[in-house]
Write a protein that binds this ligand. Sequence first.
Ligand code: EPU
Length: 435
Amino acid sequence: MTKYIVHGGKPLFGEVEISGAKNAAVAIIPAAILVDGVCRIENIPQISDVTAILKILEQLGASIRSINRHTVEIDSRHIHTTRTSYELSRKLRASYYLIGALLGRFGRAEVAMPGGCNFGGVRPIDQHVKGFSALGAGVTTEGGYINAIVESGRLTGANIYLDVVSVGATMNIMMAAALAQGDTVIENCAKEPHIVDLANFLNSMGADIRGAGTDTIKIRGVERLSGGSYAIIPDQIEAGTYMVAAAVAATGGQILVKNIIPKHMDCITAKLQECGVEVEEQDDTLLVRRTARLKKANVKTLPYPGFPTDMQPQMTTVLTLAQGTSLVTEGVWSSRYRYVDELKRMGARIQVDDKTAVVEGVEKLTGAPIQAYDLRAGAALVIAALAAEGESEISNVQYIERGYEDIIGKLRALGADIRAVEEPDEDVLSTAQIS
Ligand code: EPU
C-alpha cells in the first residue's frame, strides 16, 4: 500500500504544467473503437484510469502503440469481441463509454457494470440506457453485465431529451449516434469542455456533430469514421487543484499554472478571487498567489459553466482557512462529503446537513493521519496537508493516482515536502501475525 507523507506549512513557488484532461481522455480513448482505422491521440494524461481503459481496448482486440509518454496510436480495425473483461471494466466509472462505442460500431456491447469513485451516493446510468433504447437498442442487465444489442446491427437516429443534465449520458449517446442511420438530436445536454472535446475528436475522424457545448447537440450519422490525429484539452480540474494549492499554502509563494484554457477556468478563478486570492491570466497560463488571509465565500456546484462538483472538496479546504463562515452546496451529486470527517481530524470546523456544508474558518490546520475516499477528496486532503502545520500521513492514495499525473513530482517541483512511501498492507500483516 502506498501512503503519502506530507510536512505542511511551506510556501509553494514555481511552475506546474497541466496534463491532458482525465474526463476527456477516458471518453476519447473508448471512442477510438468507433474508428475504422488508426487514430493518434496526443496529450493523454499518465494516470491509472487511462492505463485501465487502454488495457480494456487491448483485450477487445485493438492494437495500442505507445509513441511517447503522452501519445498513443489506437488501431480498432481488428476488434474481435464486444464483451469486456469483468475485472478491468468494473474498476472504473468511465467503462460505461464502452457501451456507446461498441454499440455504435458493432451493434452490440456487453460491459461489466461500471465502478469508480465511491463518494457516498448512487450513481445511476438510466439516462444512458434511455438514449440507447431510443436509438433502437435493447438493454438488459445480467450477471453483473450490461448487455446492449440492436437486432439490425445498426442504430437509428432519434430525438432524445435528457431528464437530468448528465455528462456521461451526453457523451455516450453522442458516441452511439455518430454511426447511426439518420439524425439524432439530444436536448438538455451537459456543456462541459470535455463534451466539446469528444465532439471535436469524433468530427476530426469524420463524424458530423454540431452544437456540442450548448443545450442541444445534433448528430448526422455517418457510414464510417476513418483515422486521424487529435490532441486532448488540458485538465480543468487538475489546473483548479493547483490553483487551490497556491491559495492555501503559506504566504510568500506563487504558482504559475501552465498549459490551460483560461476560459475553462473562469468559474474557479472567480471564486478564488472572491476569497481574496490573486489570479493573473496570460495566454495559456494563470499566476496564482495569496498575500492576505482568505475571505469566506458561498459555493454551489452546478453543471458547466457553474462551479464544478469535482472542485468541491478542494474549495471546501480553502474555506476551512477563510475568515468567517462559508456555505458549500452540492448541486450535482446527492452526496459528496465523506472527506469532511478527515478535514475535521486536522482541526477544520464543518457541519454537513444533507447537501450543504457550513464551514467555519479556522486560523490553521494541523497534520494528522487521514484517508482518501475518492479522487477529488484525496486531492483536497493533499492540499489540506500542505497547508497544515506538522506531518500528515495520507492513505488510500490509489484514488488520487486515478486522476492526477505525477502529483508527487509536480508538488515537489513547487517546493512541497511530500513523498510516497510503500507500506505493507495492514490486513495482510495482521492475518500473518494471527496465524
Ligand atoms: N444522473 C442520473 N442518471 C444518469 C446519469 C446521471 O440521474 O443516467 C445524475 C447523477 O446521479 C448526478 C448527475 O446526474 O446527480 C450528474 O451526473 P453525470 O452523469 O454528469 O456524471 P458522470 O458522467 O457519471 C462525470 C465525471 C465525474 C463528474 C461528473 C459531473 C467522468 C468519468 N466522471 O461523471 O467526475 O463528477 O461528470 O461533472 O467523466 C471525477 O473526475 O472525480 C468525477 C467523479
